[in-house]
Every structure is written in C-alpha cells, then in structure tokens.
Design a protein around this ligand. Structure first.
Ligand code: BES
Ligand code: MN
Ligand code: ZN
Length: 485
C-alpha cells in the first residue's frame, strides 16, 4: 500500500480525484464546514437521521451528484485525536475496501491533522486491509486498494508526511509479526524464524547470528535446552543487532518468546483450542517486527533482538515434571510443570542479554493464561520494578494505541517459587499466575533495567476473526524511537 498526501484544489473535497473518499466528520457534524455539493449530501444525511454523530457511525453514499469520487463514506469521530480517527477510519475502510476502489482519499472535516493523526490513519488502513494468504491460496488476489492519500492543507503537509513515514514503517513491522504468527507450526518453525531474521538482516543491514542446539548447550543454556529436548525440530537462538547509534551507546535489548508450538509437553494441554498455541511465538514475532520498523526508519539507536525459539512437545526425550535443570545463570530450576516453558527459555535469554550491557531489557511473551484472565484482550500486562521504565512503556503503548497496564512485582509474590530440590520451581500456585511468572523472570535480571510484557491476551484474537494482531510492535517501536537521538 502506498501512502501520500493530497491537497484539494478549488473544488474542495468534492473535487478530490480518487475512487473513494472517506470523510471523517469530527465532533459537531453539522458545523463541519464541508463545501457543497459534498456538504449538501452530508447535511441531508444528518437531516434524514441516516448519519448521526455517534461513535462507530458509517454511511456509504454512491455516486453523489457533483462529487468526483464515485464512492463516499461518512464516518463520525468524537474528536480529532489519533485514537478516535483510527476507529472512524477503520469503520470507513471496511465499507470501501471491497469494491472497485484502487485509490482511497481520507479527509478529516472539523479537526487538525498532524503527524500522530497521519500515523493513525496508516495504522487503521493497513490493519483493515490485511489479508492472510500464505497457506490459503483460495483467498486469491489482494483487494484492489493500493493507494491511500491523506487530504491535508498546504501548510500541514510536512508533518503529515513524517507521520505517514513513521506509520508505514510500523505497519510493515506489524505486518511481519502477523505474517509470522499466523503461519502454522509446521511452517513457522524455529528455523523459519531464523530465516526471517536473516532476511531482515539483508534488507536492513542488521547483524544476525543464529546459535543452534550445540552452541546453546555449550554455552550452558540448560533451561532453554530442557524445553527444546522433547522435539526433533532444531531449536535456534537468534541474535539480531541493529546499530543506528555510536558503538559506545548502550543498546536496548528485546527478548521474544519463540515457542513455535506449545503442546504443554509432558504436562500436556487439553485438545480444545490447542491449535492456538502456534501463536506462542508472538513475542518473537514482535521483536522481528520492531527491528524492521526501527531499522526502516534508520533510527539513531542501538537495538538488539534476542529470540530463543523451539517447540514444546512431549516425547521420549522430553523434560519431565520434577526434573532439575541448571540455567545459564547457574541457578537451578525444578520443572514442576512442563507447560510453564516460556519462562524457561526466556531466563537463559535474559542472562545472555547481560553481555551487551544494555540500557534496558524488555522481554515480550505470550506467557500466561492468567494474564489474559486478569486483563482480557485490550491491554498487555507490564511488569517491572522500575517506575521510570514503566512510565516510558505505558506512554509508548498509549501513543501507539497498543496499551499496557502495570502489574505488581512485590517480593512477597516471589515466595511462591520456593522448591525443596532446586533454587526455584518453575511454577507457583494458580492464584496470581501472571505475577509469579514475572517473579521467576525477575530472578534473572538482578543487574539490568528490565521490564516484562505478557501479551497472552493481546497478541492474537480467538473466535471468528482468529488471527495474530501484530501487537505489541506499535508499543515497542514507539518506545525504541523515543530513545533515538
Ligand atoms: N503459552 C502458554 C500461555 C497461554 C495460555 C497463552 C493460553 C495464551 C493462552 C504458556 O506456555 C502456558 O502454558 N502457561 C501456563 C502456565 C501454568 C502451567 C503455570 C498457563 O498459563 O496455563
Ligand atoms: Mn505452556
Ligand atoms: Zn507457552
């Protein structure tokens, strides 16, 4: 999808040359000041009660006399905040994307357009037009819609153009994350993720290193290797480095959970909805997507992505409940439940991150069903003892419309991880499950600024619209960009 700006001529919005015009009407719709004949159509729709100022309202009009764009959709937004625009544009695109529309123009009546608004338009349009076809050839051709122009006044062009660029880079990252996570476990294997990382490396000049089972065993990643040992599929540990700032600038490190299928292992999961556990590499996918967005923008920041990736399967060599393993940090872990595998692969990656002397480390993981129970599907769980880091990440999530919510990490929760046979157990009781998972990870980051994002509820949707969301690439990209010099 191409994005650009369009400055209307003398005929105003009625003269905009596009196949379809999406007019977002902000606030007090009647006073929106749209020139006739489009203005007349808007007033008539309002007077007839067919278009009311209500969030989610969309009205489609075909071949309005005197309006150059053959298709018009009116969409109401309460205000011109990026969040409100995003929702209105998503609704409008839904009715315009299907037909013969190749070129869509998006105009906002009654509100200012800045960079953040332009970014929101890109994100709404790309989200609404995403189609998964990798393993579904019957989906056929992509919809015709190939170009979107944001209508703006002469003086607003510069900021709109910069917002479009940022939006497109992030949208490409979101898309990559969705594409990876939507692919089934027999396609998106650890090796597939490594291939995607190498591709990113070639496209954007990242340094990509892929460690295999032998390398990881030799390093002493006993926790990661314990999870990987039940599967014939070769595990990988991906190290991808983007250098946009000076060598002496401490990097930000993102660690993504890359379980390409989570059966639970010997502590096997129930059959219902087990297919959804192909999304258990959503954290890894978001790390790749963020690297793509940040590198495409050439941001002046150093960013490292670490991805431990493997399958979690039962088998003759699989790790068993009660097994004790030694992590890369030297701490021993009693694996009471093989289905709590995410923390086992992450803890070794967090220890590995220390060697980069990072400015901050953020891990991203579809870690616990408990987090989904706590927060549902709107906000990701954010866990960190660091108030300043929490504030940065929450603000980034708000700005990207990819919000998170802070959860506690009090020492009291750590007691749940006591074990008689190792330095810690890998699970606590059911109560507070998302928190004890975070407390487990916290034991591996004593020397680093660290935060953990539990995206179990936000990385994908269940039900009829089942699929990956690409979250939290928006949050992460905004956070990393906020560190760029
Ligand atoms: N990948 C799952 C978490 C998950 C479950 C994400 C459901 C999304 C939906 C994780 O590996 C897991 O199985 N966690 C267990 C932990 C438990 C054994 C302590 C869980 O949440 O049930
Ligand atoms: Mn599991
Ligand atoms: Zn898992």
């Amino acid at each position: 999808m191409d994005f650009g700006t369009l400055v209307p001529g003398k005929a105003g919005l009625s003269g905009v040359a596009a196949d379809a015009l999406l007019l977002v009407v902000v606030g007090d719709a009647a006073g929106s000041g749209v020139d006739d004949p489009l203005g007349k159509a808007l007033k008539a729709a309002l007077a007839d009660g067919d278009f009311t100022p209500k969030a989610g309202q969309v009205l489609y009009l075909h071949r309005v006399a005197g309006v150059k764009a053959g298709r018009v959709a009116l969409a109401w937004a309460p205000d011109a905040t990026p969040k409100a625009l995003r929702r209105a544009v998503a609704g409008g695109v839904a009715v315009l994307k299907g037909g013969g529309t190749r070129h869509l123009a998006v105009a906002v009546a009654g509100g200012e357009l800045g960079a953040a608004q332009a970014e929101a338009v890109v994100s709404a349009v790309t989200d609404a037009t995403y189609l998964y076809r990798a393993t579904k050839p019957s989906v056929g051709e992509d919809p015709k819609l190939a170009r979107t122009s944001v209508v703006c006044a002469r003086g607003d062009e510069k900021s709109v153009v910069s917002g479009l660029a940022r939006g497109q880079a992030i949208a490409a990252g979101v898309r990559l994350a969705r594409e990876c996570a939507n692919r089934p476990g027999n396609v998106c294997t650890p090796g597939y993720l490594a291939g995607e990382a190498r591709k990113l490396g070639k496209e954007h000049g990242l340094k990509v290193e892929v460690l295999d089972r032998k390398d990881c065993t030799k390093l002493g990643m006993g926790a990661f290797m314990a999870v990987a040992q039940g599967s014939e599929e070769p595990p990988v540990f991906i190290v991808a480095r983007y250098q946009g700032a000076g060598r002496d600038v401490p990097p930000l490190v993102l660690v993504g959970k890359g379980i390409t299928f989570d059966s639970g292992g010997i502590s096997i999961k129930p059959a219902a909805e087990m297919d959804e556990m192909k999304f258990d590499m959503g954290g890894a996918a978001s790390v790749l997507g963020t690297l793509k967005a940040v590198a495409a923008l050439g941001a002046r920041v150093n960013l490292i992505g670490l991805i431990p990736a493997c399958e979690n399967l039962p088998g003759g060599r699989a790790v068993k409940p009660g097994d004790v393993v030694t992590s890369l940090s030297g701490q021993t872990i009693e694996i009471l439940n093989t289905d709590a595998e995410g923390r086992l692969i992450l803890c070794d990656a967090l220890t590995y991150a220390e060697r980069f002397k990072p400015a901050a480390v953020v891990d991203i993981a579809t870690l616990t069903g408990a987090c989904m129970i706590a927060l549902g599907h709107h906000r990701s769980g954010l866990f960190t003892p660091d108030d300043a880091l929490a504030a940065e990440l929450l603000a980034a999530g708000d700005a990207a419309h990819d919000p998170a919510w802070r959860m506690p990490v009090d020492d009291e929760y750590d007691e749940a991880l006591k074990s008689n046979f190792a330095d810690m157990a890998n699970v606590g009781p059911r109560a507070g499950g998302a928190i004890t998972a975070a407390m487990f990870l916290k034991r591996f980051v004593a020397r680093q600024r660290w935060a953990h994002l539990d995206i179990a509820g936000t990385a994908w949707r269940s039900g009829a619209a089942k699929g990956a969301t690409g979250r939290p690439v928006g949050l992460l990209a905004h956070w990393v960009l906020s560190h760029a010099g």
